[in-house]
Design a binder for this molecule. Structure first.
Ligand SMILES: C[S@@+](CC[C@H](N)C(=O)[O-])C[C@H]1O[C@@H](n2cnc3c(N)ncnc32)[C@H](O)[C@@H]1O
Length: 243
């Protein structure tokens, strides 16, 4: 049984989450994302773990894929529910390590580094097992996640008058803290820190094996470009074993 999970995506975060200036919300990112997910679903229903505000689920459902979601944060789901087309996406509030929804799916997916929001190895394995439990035999589990950082303990990823973002990496624990220092006046800053568990592709493949799945594809991005030693992220697909 998973420990009570901390919700880092509260109302304040949910209100700012959908950002049209963020590349992750751009057509350039979302079109190839939805193209690939729709193809991998092969006409079957799909389940998004950590569906959030529906950044991906809503355009995927517009393509005619029946999308379900599991999400920890009620505030994120409230944002989703305020958008056109939200009635097509069924969402269960709960922890993706253990929450079950009705039905068997052709595709389960977990994008935008969110496997890292589950911060122990046991709980990440539980995510794989829960994904597999929702798949029909031969169904697919897709993850989009960055490759772990190697190098300095602290790395600045954003620096402006209103926001300074610093990642703090610890290779001993595989934990990485994203520290966000935010300000409205450029003088006083408020810190918010979120932990991630970083995981190499090979460890994800072992988790998939434990859950009865095998690697089918590993790409560098949604455009299916080849994954190489210098790829900063990957889009990986495992298939549930069975006829
Ligand atoms: C970076 S957002 C991604 C949301 C959406 N998938 C997207 O691509 O925009 C991470 C989401 O994961 C959710 N989350 C984190 N841990 C979770 C868990 N254990 N179970 C379910 N949802 C979780 C958060 O509440 C948040 O909505």
């Amino acid at each position: 049984m998973a420990a009570m999970r901390e919700n880092y995506f509260d109302t304040a975060v949910a209100e700012r989450y959908d950002d049209p200036d963020d590349v992750m919300f751009s057509r350039d990112v979302l079109e190839p994302t939805v193209d690939l997910l729709a193809e991998l679903a092969e006409g079957q229903a799909a389940l998004e773990l950590a569906v959030g505000t529906g950044r991906v689920a809503l355009p995927l459902s517009e393509r005619g894929v029946h999308v379900h979601g599991i999400e920890l944060s009620q505030a994120m789901v409230d944002r989703l529910r305020s958008k056109p087309g939200a009635e097509r996406v069924d969402v269960a509030i709960g922890d993706m390590t253990s929450t079950r929804v009705e039905g068997r799916f052709g595709l389960v997916f977990l994008v935008f580094n969110t496997i890292g929001n589950v911060t122990t190895q046991d709980d990440q394995v539980a995510v794989f097992e829960n994904a597999a439990a929702h798949l029909r035999p031969g169904g697919r589990f897709l993850i989009e996640v960055g490759v772990p950082h190697v190098g300095e303990r602290f790395a600045v990823f954003d620096h402006s008058a209103e926001h300074v973002g610093i990642d703090e990496h610890d290779s001993a624990t595989q934990l990485s803290w994203s520290h966000h220092y935010s300000s409205t006046d450029g003088v006083t800053f408020r810190r918010r820190s979120i932990p991630f568990r970083k995981v190499w592709p090979a460890e994800l493949d072992l988790m998939a094996r434990i859950a009865g799945m095998r690697l089918e594809h590993r790409w560098a991005d949604w455009d299916r470009s080849p994954f190489t030693g210098s790829s900063p992220k990957h889009v990986s697909v495992w298939r549930k074993i069975g006829a």
